[in-house]
Every structure is written in C-alpha cells, then in structure tokens.
Design a protein around this ligand. Sequence first.
Ligand code: AOF
Ligand code: ZN
Length: 381
Amino acid sequence: MTDRDYMERAIALARKGLGRTNPNPLVGAVIVKDGRIIGEGWHDHCGGLHAERSAIASLTESAEGSTLYVTLEPCCHWGRTPPCTDAILEQKIGRVVIGSRDPNPKVSGKGAALLRSAGVQVEEDFLREECDSLNPVFFHYITTQTPYVIMKYAMTADGKIATRTGASKWITGEAARQKVQELRRICPGIMAGIGTVLADDPLLTVREENARSPVRIICDSRLRIPPDCRICRTAEQYPTILACAAGAEKDDPAMARRRQQLERRSLRILETPARDGHIDLNALMRLLGAEGIDAILLEGGGTLNESALRSGIVQELQVFVAPKIFGGNGKSPVEGEGVALPSEALGLELRGISNIGGDLLLRYQIRSRSAGKEALCSQES
Ligand code: AOF
Ligand code: ZN
C-alpha cells in the first residue's frame, strides 16, 4: 500500500458523512503504522467527532510514530469540538499527510504550521484535487457565508422543460428522478419560484420515509401562493420559507391579510430586500446563509433560473437531458431576454457526464461569475 492508497481510503471514508455534516465539511482519516492501518474514521455529522478524533477513537494500539492521512488540514481551534491538532500531538503521531487546505479563517494554514512547529513531519496538498472535490459546498460557504446553489432542471433533447400546454410530468425516467431525490437529501435547502408552485403544485420533499427533507424556500415576492396548495398544506411537517419583497405591501394592501393567513399555516415569511418589486436574490442568499443553510438545490422555472444566473448566485448546474423532443413553443429552462450574440453567452465548464437510465446528466460549473453576470445583464440596462 502506498501513500496514495491510504489517502484514497480516507477519501472513501469521508463520503460516508454525505448529507449529514452540513455546514461542516466531509473529512476522512486513516492512521498507518508499520504498513498496517491501525485506525480509521470520518466526520459523521455536524457536532460529532472530527475525522481525526474518530480515527483515534478506533485505535486498539499506540499510534506513537504512526502516519495520519487526512483529507482536510486538521483544525487547531475550538468549535463545537476541541482542536484535532491537540489529539494528534497527544497520540505522538509522527507524520501527517494532508489533502485539502482548510479555508476556514480560524484554521487556514495554522493547523499545519502548529503541527510542524511541534516537530511533526507534515506534507500538504497530497491528492489535493481529489480531496478538494469532496467539499465544493464547504469551501464556498465558509468563505462567502452564502449557500452553494445547484441549479437543476430536466429538459428534452430540443431544450424544453414543458410541452406547449405546460405539461411536464414526466420528462426524464424513473432513475433520473431518483437521482434528484438523492440531491434533495443532501441539500439542506430547496428553492423554487411562485410560477412553478402555481403551475405544478409541487411538494419539493424527499419521498423516502424517515429521510430528512430540505427546507423549502419559495420566492414569492407578493405572497401569491394559494393557502390550499400542497406546499402550504404540508408546512407543519416540512419547514417552509416564503421569501417576499420588503415593502411590497405598500402597493398591495391585501398582502397583509394573506400573510397572516399563511403564518397561521406555519409558513415562515422572510422579508427580503427588493428592487422594482423583485426579490434581491443576493440578499436572500445572505439571509439563508446566516441561518446555516450551506447548499440549495434550485428547482426553479425559467424565470427564477434566469434571475438566479443573472444575479450570480449559482455555482453549479445539473442538467438532465431526456432522449425525446416536444417541439412547439414549450418553455425553456432559462427565460428572460437572453443575449443578442453567441459571444455574449454565459460560459459553463463541463465537469461530468453520466447516463442515468437512458437520460443524460450533465454537470457544469459556472465559468466565471462576473462574466456570467455581465453576459445576462447586457439586455437589462
Ligand atoms: C478537521 N476535521 O473532521 C472537520 C474539520 O464546529 P466544529 O468543532 O465541528 O468545527 C467545524 C470546523 O472545523 C469547520 O468549519 C472546519 O474548519 C473544521 N472541520 N476539521 O480537522 C474534521 N470536520
Ligand atoms: Zn478538527
């Protein structure tokens, strides 16, 4: 077994915490002595032991002089749990091989430096790319305090998200829809626009029993949501936030009454700074980030998708493409004015392609947020 094998094992262990560690990162750790793994662990849930301490807890022999492989720089601060660097020194571990750097300002470089100054041999950036790919959400959230937003939509091979009559059930097959359920399970928030609620009356929950459903966030600037829709009827069971435009009541006196009615249904109203009656999505992301929501699955229709891209809140796209054609003038995943020239397009970087039961899943990262903003803004001014 090589250093690479041990770090790959640590990466595999880290994944076991998927969906439970938010807003903390996924981290795995392996302790090796005389060519044998003598301890391993991972960060299982927020508030639980960090990976290093979990690996140490599994030891059945002394770790003196051993090597610790850990996918993220060990912390040196008191958070919900004590510093991992203390535990590493107590165990007299001789060498620490680190994958990712921890961008948390409380740690960033200080964890590795502390170990080094105590005489531990430290190697950094080992399989860094692979380790970094475990934590796009954590890296974004810890540095911006706003959620990592994944825009998800399903379209036909001719780019439609509904038929000419507005019907959209179903575009993709069962396996792809199951994949969306998985995404909902690992994102603490799910967001849609009022247009989608009025058109489809969705539930936006995880169907599986006992699974945690994400907080539902509906962008509904004037609180037009019907109190008898499925989201309102299930708001006691599944936490739901309605983001409305601050000040909208001035032009719509009946809004106060609708608000009271919705609050009685256990929906939480979040007044969000607005411009021209539209919710400021960047402000909404700051409010949601402050509540500890580190990732949002955006299942918007074309209008919300366009605003989200234009305001620069989206980090990743997951696009399902079904092998079928609707034709006609069915809706597109991104509406709005659009750009005038191909050269003004919002650029994406392809990160992955998979075949899910005959549907394609394309994963993209936004190439550059500022470039995207300019591109989609050019029609606005
Ligand atoms: C590690 N190993 O397994 C994790 C780390 O509130 P706490 O105590 O859980 O600390 C959270 C912070 O600790 C988090 O923001 C990140 O910087 C680091 N996470 N560090 O050494 C781990 N989960
Ligand atoms: Zn730690």
